[in-house]
Design a protein around this ligand. Structure first.
Ligand SMILES: Cc1cc2nc3c(=O)[nH]c(=O)nc-3n(C[C@H](O)[C@H](O)[C@H](O)COP(=O)(O)OP(=O)(O)OC[C@H]3O[C@@H](n4cnc5c(N)ncnc54)[C@H](O)[C@@H]3O)c2cc1C
Length: 229
């Protein structure tokens, strides 16, 4: 059977990070009707289509943190992102993950080059702000140079017989990785709240926004209740 390269985005993907990263929805279980049926199962009733009362029920559930009915809807995403975004993402323990392993493969190694460099914010030690004083071209050139040097060293180590699992140690945090990630709608909404936020790093925020863009058309009442634009 034909195998597909996981570094090739699925057809329905959304591009982020100036086209260098992407996220695609590879599987989904459940709809907004699933949510209302799960909420009403206590009355022994089920429906096949949503009506206005069901839309009101979704608003009620979200407003009152009655979130367990949302857990019957799940999504599996394929995510292509830099290692530092992956580290932030994988702090969300309620997701299930499987990731490409640099112990198995040395193929398709790419590095994220920021579209625009930002300056350190003074107000918040973990935040950044739009650059006023950075020489973008010179700093981006430094980043590209270290990527090339790291890649050269990695290949020299492999050629010298060093195993992949140790040689990969010289590859920087801008290296792109690809992972599968499965989550239920309740925990996905928590992720979006935390990561599509001005407090989150701009790069992971792009993925949070992409997820909203991907799922809002199939979950219009959830999107409206969450105040998504
Ligand atoms: C802006 C920002 C900055 C951050 N900075 C840092 C940082 O500097 N250093 C750092 O280490 N982390 C940092 N984090 C990560 C943060 O601490 C959380 O680990 C991450 O946001 C995942 O959130 P979560 O635990 O709610 O998500 P999940 O792990 O998906 O959990 C969802 C919910 O499930 C429940 N839950 C899950 N696991 C447990 C558990 N073991 N016990 C009890 N309840 C549980 C909780 O209610 C939790 O809110 C940062 C996150 C953000 C958004």
């Amino acid at each position: 059977m034909a195998q597909v390269n996981v570094n090739v985005p699925p057809p329905n993907h959304v591009k982020v990070l100036g086209g260098q990263g992407w996220i695609g929805l590879v599987d989904q279980m459940g709809t907004e009707t699933t949510i209302v049926n799960a909420a009403r199962v206590s009355f022994g009733k089920m429906k096949e289509e949503m009506d206005e009362r069901d839309a009101g029920l979704i608003r009620y559930l979200l407003a009152n943190h009655h979130t367990s009915p949302l857990e019957h809807v799940t999504f599996t995403f394929l995510v292509h992102c830099p290692l530092f975004v992956r580290s932030q993402w994988h702090r969300h323990r309620t997701w299930s993950y499987n990731e490409i392993s640099r112990r198995y493969t040395e193929e398709d190694i790419r590095f994220y080059v920021p579209v625009e460099l930002r300056e350190q914010a003074e107000s918040d030690r973990q935040a950044s702000k739009a650059a006023e004083h950075i020489d973008q071209a010179a700093c981006l050139e430094k980043i590209r140079r270290i990527h090339a040097e790291a890649m050269r060293t990695y290949e020299e180590l492999l050629a010298a017989g060093v195993c992949r699992e140790q040689a990969r140690g010289v590859l920087p945090q801008n290296m792109m990785t690809t992972f599968w990630a499965t989550v239920d709608l309740n925990n996905l909404l928590k992720f979006i709240e935390l990561r599509d936020s001005p407090h989150a790093q701009a790069e992971i925020r792009e993925y949070g926004m992409a997820i909203k863009q991907m799922i809002a058309p199939s979950f219009p009442h959830v999107a409206a209740a969450m105040g998504w634009q």
